[in-house]
Design a protein around this ligand. Structure first.
Ligand code: MG
Length: 228
């Protein structure tokens, strides 16, 4: 099985470091104040968030793409530096679950996240989790999260030479978008209630399993047909 983990709200909390860094980076590059206020972050990709922030700050479509590209490049540098000052908090049970899954020869761990690749690994390094994830699908691959599952399958093939069917994949995440992109791609989905949402919302969007947190992983292990 290929198990694809989201990062923010699922493995760790970054305490607003991403939000502050992206505001700072986009404001610098756009030459005007760019605010994240009112822009939804949870479950979305960094390029989609950046475009919404810039549009809300009066940047026109004509000016948009060069500012997005340079702003996200700058964001990657700022977030790395900010995480040295303010490290992430790894969520309860995460290390134990990843240790357990990494030890199973039938399980391949990877990422499916809206973070750009550099900021994804910066956050994981801050929590000493990066070594669990040799590859992934990122916001830098596509601004639309719903197009990331096929990217993850392609990366898995490039990494291991193995073709996973969608039914052999599990997405673990904290929002309806994690659940939604997995379901739309025919993958199994596990919701965790350590992000912004309650169990009922993740169940309503069709998660196969919903966990309060990864400290109570029994239903995830059963879904993967492992002894818990
Ligand atoms: Mg998340």
């Amino acid at each position: 099985m290929l198990v694809l983990f989201d990062i923010d709200g699922t493995l760790l909390h970054a305490h607003g470091v991403g939000r502050r860094s992206i505001e700072h980076a986009l404001s610098d590059v756009a030459g005007r104040p760019v605010s994240a206020s009112g822009v939804p972050f949870a479950g979305r990709t960094d390029p989609a968030i950046a475009r919404d922030m810039l549009a809300g700050s009066g940047v026109s479509m004509d000016e948009m793409e060069p500012i997005v590209a340079e702003g996200l490049r700058r964001y990657g540098q700022l977030v790395e530096a900010a995480l040295l000052e303010s490290p992430v908090t790894v969520l309860p049970g995460v290390e134990a679950v990843l240790d357990r899954l990494a030890a199973e020869s039938s399980i391949q761990l990877a990422l499916l996240t809206g973070n750009l690749r550099p900021s994804a690994y910066a956050k994981l390094r801050s929590g000493r989790l990066d070594h669990f994830f040799p590859f992934g699908a990122f916001g830098s691959d596509d601004a639309d999260r719903y197009r990331l599952p096929p990217v993850a399958l392609r990366r898995a093939f490039e990494f291991s030479g193995r073709s996973y069917r969608p039914s052999e994949c599990v997405i673990v995440g904290d929002t309806e978008h994690d659940v939604g992109c997995g379901r739309e791609s025919g993958m199994l989905t596990v919701g965790v209630c350590t992000g912004p949402h309650e169990r009922s919302l993740l169940e309503r969007h069709g998660a196969d399993v919903v966990l309060e947190d990864l400290a109570t992983p029994g239903p995830l292990f059963r879904l993967l047909r492992l002894d818990s």
